[in-house]
Write a protein that binds this ligand. Structure first.
Ligand code: F6P
Length: 463
């Protein structure tokens, strides 16, 4: 292979530039040219295919900085619809007109689904990224557990269910143990929990902190490093009575409670709390409140004002219980050492997979006690269910103790190898040296987009 393309698709994560860096370093060694396609699949829907040569003369352009968050080649949520054959053919012909012989998509499960039909037309591989840590499977046979039930009138006309698993679960069975982006997201959310704690403590309040992750509870689980009292994950339906009881027990003792909730938590009927609304805007549109807000409403009802007045710890439940979303700070900024290091290796592995002709494969990060972390290649077809669909990985229920509402022993064992040395000395030193730099006050922000713009090239428009 002489020339390959790379694009970053979906929501940004902190280690994307590190993945690009790893890919370009390896491509330089193999004398392969790397073309960065701007804004994910968006570039391929644009007839001019905006792109950047990332390694002219087999040297990395200086704008590639593995310690920077975001992605220098931009990202978008545009995706390839497998039903739209004309679009697919058009994309491939545009890639070919650029001389691209293979494509690396840096993305998550959505991107991997999207690239399936593409891989039938052009060698394509995935380098993983997601803060949600939901790319991969808990054990190799997991995709076979999906069943499809016809549901006329719904989007797609069917719904996916799971049959009961007959696989014995162990940490060594996980395919793609962890994905770059996750560790940094947890670094931010756990720090946020520790900071909110002191306010809850000082003012005798109950804090509900919502973290991202969609339907996966991994970020919530990892946020336990910030020492919340209660952790709620989407994989285990909420038992509000049990929660209220636990909150009271803790509040009675320490006069404050910190609860972490994943944004996708569900009630006993499987309904997402965050999709519930308690108000409408002036036009009558339902305002979605988010999981933490919905939980707050429920706790206010369960605990009542008298509970707080009795202790002289506030006028009302409304005043005592507050919510915060960690929000997009989880996705942004400098990646911590763990993410940078393995993202670079996974990017490099993706180049090797293309070079070895392993079309439609994924570079994955494996872990075992004896071998530690190491990268491998995995055939994407093995992630697909019987209908060809790749599902987001749910956090395995064995990682969670539903009674204590905290990580189980196994959950703790899962987290330890990732986080024990995840922060590099340079991560903290970087903050010390850059955050309060005098120039930050006097100089405007210099965006990477300004520099990359000067390097963007286009192909001649098709007639
Ligand atoms: O998939 C990554 C993620 O950050 C989720 O955790 C979150 O639900 C979603 O993306 C947010 O998307 P957006 O940035 O489009 O609001």
């Amino acid at each position: 292979m002489k020339r390959i393309g790379i694009l970053t698709a979906g929501g940004d994560t902190p280690a994307l530039n590190a993945t690009i860096h790893g890919a370009v370093v390896r491509a330089n060694q193999l004398r392969i040219e790397v073309i960065g396609l701007m804004k994910g699949f968006n570039s391929l829907f644009n007839p001019r295919v905006p792109h950047v040569h990332l390694n002219p003369l087999f040297q990395e352009i200086p704008e590639i900085d593995p310690t920077m968050g975001g992605t220098l080649i931009g990202s978008s949520r545009d995706y390839v619809d497998p039903e739209k054959k004309v679009d697919l053919d058009m994309i491939v012909s545009r890639l070919q007109s650029l001389g691209i012989e293979g494509l690396i998509c840096v993305g998550g499960d959505g991107t991997l689904n999207g690239l399936q039909p593409l891989a039938e037309r052009l060698p394509t591989v995935l380098a993983p990224k997601t803060i949600d840590n939901d790319l991969g499977v808990n054990y190799p046979s997991e995709p076979d557990e999906w069943t499809r039930v016809n549901m006329p009138g719904t989007a797609g006309g069917f719904r996916y269910n799971r049959i009961e698993s007959n696989a014995v679960f162990g940490l060594d069975n996980i395919v793609n143990y962890v994905t770059p982006g996750y560790a940094t997201a947890v670094f931010v959310s756990a720090s946020g929990v520790a900071r909110i704690r002191t306010t809850a403590e000082s003012h005798r309040r109950i804090a509900i902190i919502e973290v991202m992750g969609r339907h996966s509870g991994y970020i919530a689980l990892g946020s336990t490093y910030g020492q919340p009292d209660i952790v709620l994950v989407p994989e285990v339906p909420l038992d509000i009575e049990q929660l209220a009881e636990r909150v009271k027990q803790i509040y009675d003792v320490q006069k404050n409670v910190v609860i972490i909730c994943g944004e996708g938590i569900v009630d006993g009927e499987g309904r997402e709390l965050g999709a519930e609304s308690n108000s409408t805007d002036p036009a009558g549109n339902v305002i979605l409140s988010g999981a933490a807000e919905a939980l707050r409403v429920k706790l206010i009802k369960m605990l009542g004002d008298r509970y707080f007045q009795l202790y002289r710890r506030g006028e009302s439940a409304r005043e005592a219980i507050f919510t915060r979303k960690v929000g997009h700070t989880q996705r942004g900024g400098r990646p911590i050492l763990f993410d940078r290091f393995y993202a670079a290796q996974l990017g490099a592995k993706a180049v090797e997979l293309l070079q070895e002709g392993r079309n439609n494969s994924v570079s994955i990060l494996q872990y075992s006690e004896s071998a530690g972390f190491h990268v491998e290649g995995y055939d994407a077809n093995r992630f697909r269910d019987r209908w060809g669909m790749i599902h987001a990985r749910a956090m395995h229920p064995d990682f969670y103790d539903a009674k204590l509402m905290k990580p189980s022993r196994m959950g703790i064992e899962y987290l330890l190898p990732i986080f024990t040395n995840a922060i590099g000395g340079d991560d903290m030193e970087h903050t010390r040296q850059t955050l309060f730099a005098a120039a930050n006050l006097s100089q405007p922000y210099h965006s990477i987009n300004t520099d990359i713009n000067k390097r963007i090239r286009y192909i001649a428009e098709e007639k």
